[in-house]
Design a protein around this ligand. Sequence first.
Ligand code: SF4
Length: 278
Amino acid sequence: MDLTLSQSAIDTYQRCPRRYYLRYVRGLDWPAPLTSSELDFEQAMRRGEHFHLLIQQQSLGMDVTPMVEASDDEILRNWWHSFLDHARTQMPAAPQAQYTEVELAVTIEGVTVVAKFDHLAIEEDGRVIIFDWKTGTPRADEQLARTWQSVVYQFVATERGGQLQQPAKSPKVEATQVQLTYWHARDAQQPVRLPYDDQMHEEGRRRLTTVIAEMKGLIECDQEAVFVHTPNEGECRHCPYRSYCERGQEAGGEMEPEMLPDVEEMMKNLDGLDDLDL
Ligand code: SF4
């Protein structure tokens, strides 16, 4: 078995093993009928994707601002102005190297764990500065620190960040040299910077090793039934797979604000359809 996992796949699995199975093993997409609130959700997701793409294009030297200004999407225009006015000023001014949409990977328990970073800069002193652009509802530092995204990003950057130095050095860097910054388009002046250290790194290793061994065991069983339904039916309310689970053919009526942080996870899940390579 040749298995590759992203933080989105692990996050999906922890929310609901069955959702992981349907999304990543069966490769199913959005089977539930969309309600108007979910169309809003879909629109928010597409806007977030568009925003990430604009940043990527700009980092390649394209002047995308005239295109954004011509857009009739006021929210997108506001996010873009916030990015230019605030996010860019928080990025290292003269890094030895910087990358957009770059991937690094480690192997744990025979499984490849991939981190795809929105932006990663290497400072002259070797520090690895990661930026992640968020467009959903801003979340508190403690919440963000606990996410699989933070665990995977910080762990992988520590184990492999040296590969991106110029010239490339030993893959591993000191955990204290890794800094992860979440920049929220809706709270542009308050980026969340998460520190990292050896103790957190070993805790991340323990968590990743445990969850990956568990996932591997289920996948090797090769039986749908071992991917159980989450006991937390709140997860089902806006899950696109509920029609497969006898948990309601129709979507929940109101879009709950706390669902919005999922926008980017959903985007990355959509990107991650090929993550599983059995
Ligand atoms: S509807 Fe509920 S049980 Fe079914 S996949 Fe979605 S979250 Fe899991």
